[in-house]
Design a protein around this ligand. Structure first.
Ligand code: DHB
Length: 391
């Protein structure tokens, strides 16, 4: 079997890449180790930058998003028992939207199938070969049959634990930072406690209020990195949220049925370069950000926008300069998102070794960020998403 671009992984990056390339008349073959149900049910963050809202609309997959997403022009920081509002749109002209990652995955899968796209789930034993040659290949087993796909290019969109990054092997440098905490995330049927998201600093640890619909809320609580989610009874979660949110938000908190609980580890990670031969990495396969600020999926989608532009220039004009610059173009954005995610994380979390000095410094930083026009502008342009570089 042959294709122009073989894609490994049916997360937002792989699916969006196959959608964008299809629109450019480029043939793709997407292979995923998990089942379609698994991919569509995988719960992740759900905050999309303004340009992603526009991308979904402009490429014809924004209908449900426009109806169901919750659009926000601002955010709150909570500290000292009070809410402090930052108007993103006033400071940078852009806002954000809450639309669960798995909703984008569902919309993309439905669209690719409607467009007769080649999507193959539950492929076993996937391996990549000959990535330095002009005909890299993907090998896998499906329904007991060994298969090989010969490609012009391969996109590794198979996440942090996938097979694509190891295939780059010895030439890559990894930059990494681990954090001494994780997030306990829940989904619950309960009314919102505010009109915008709340990022709460508390001496017991960070808390985040987000939402999925007018009647479904999403909360996160800083916890141990290896926390056992079962140790958190519903009552303990609601009590802890009330303490950490404090003030008016706590008084509006109405416990409801919690139907999902999970622990997320926190790490910053970058693999450089993001390309070897004809294998291009995109999304979590190449980089991980800590979740504070929800940059992960936005970055993954930025990578595949750059990659689709580069592949389109290759096929339509025979121009490979964007392919040559792919890694550099992506990494400029990746490192800015790394910096921002690290900065939000260090400002808002409790560090066990933190001394009184560090806590005072965090309070000063939050005070500055919520009162200085310059600081609010900087926060807003990063949070709502830096402009996408031109082709
Ligand atoms: C969500 C997750 C985040 O990490 C964040 O910063 C904002 C919102 C969410 O899942 O809704």
């Amino acid at each position: 079997m042959r294709t122009q671009v073989g894609i490994v992984g049916a997360g937002p990056a792989g699916l969006m890449l196959s959608h964008l390339l299809h629109r450019a008349g480029i043939d793709t073959f997407l292979i995923e180790a998990r089942s379609r149900d698994y991919c569509e049910a995988r719960i992740r963050a759900g905050l999309i930058e303004q340009w992603v809202v526009d991308l979904l609309s402009e490429t014809g997959i924004g209908e449900r998003m426009k109806r169901e997403a919750m659009f926000h022009d601002g955010i709150y920081f909570s500290f000292d028992d009070a809410l402090h509002h930052i108007n993103l749109r006033k400071h940078c002209g852009r806002g954000v939207a809450v639309y669960g990652q798995q909703e984008i995955v569902k919309d993309l899968i439905a669209r690719r199938l409607a467009d007769d796209g080649q999507l193959h789930f539950e492929a076993q034993g996937m391996t990549l070969a000959d990535i330095d040659s002009r005909k890299p290949t993907i090998h896998f087993t499906k329904d007991g049959k060994q298969q090989t796909i010969e490609c012009d290019f391969i996109a590794g969109c198979d996440g942090f634990h996938g097979i694509a990054r190891p295939a780059i092997g010895g030439i890559a440098t990894h930059y990494e930072r681990e954090y001494p905490f994780g997030w306990l995330g829940i989904l619950a049927e309960a009314p919102p406690v505010a009109d915008e998201l709340i990022y709460a600093w508390h001496e017991r640890g960070f808390a985040l209020f987000s939402m999925r619909s007018p009647s479904i809320v999403r909360y996160y609580l800083q916890c141990a990195p290896d926390e056992d989610a079962d140790k958190w009874s519903d009552a303990r979660i609601w009590d802890e949220l009330a303490i950490r949110l404090g003030g008016d938000a706590a008084s509006r908190l109405k416990p409801g049925r919690i139907f999902e609980k999970g622990v997320t580890a926190m790490r910053s990670f970058v693999c450089e370069p993001m390309r070897q031969g004809r294998l291009f990495l995109a999304g979590d396969a190449a980089h991980i950000v800590p979740p504070t600020g929800a940059k992960g999926m936005n970055l993954a989608l930025a990578d595949v926008v750059f990659l689709s532009r580069a592949l389109t220039a290759h096929y339509s004009e025979g121009n490979d300069s964007q392919l040559e610059n792919y890694s550099k173009t992506c990494l400029r954005r990746v490192w800015k998102a790394q910096r921002f995610s690290w900065w939000m994380t260090q400002m808002l979390h409790r560090f066990n070794a933190a001394k009184d000095f560090d806590m005072r410094r965090q309070m000063a930083e939050l005070d500055y960020v919520t009162s200085s026009e310059a600081a609010m502008t900087s926060l807003s342009e990063n949070y709502a998403g830096l402009p996408m570089a031109a082709a």
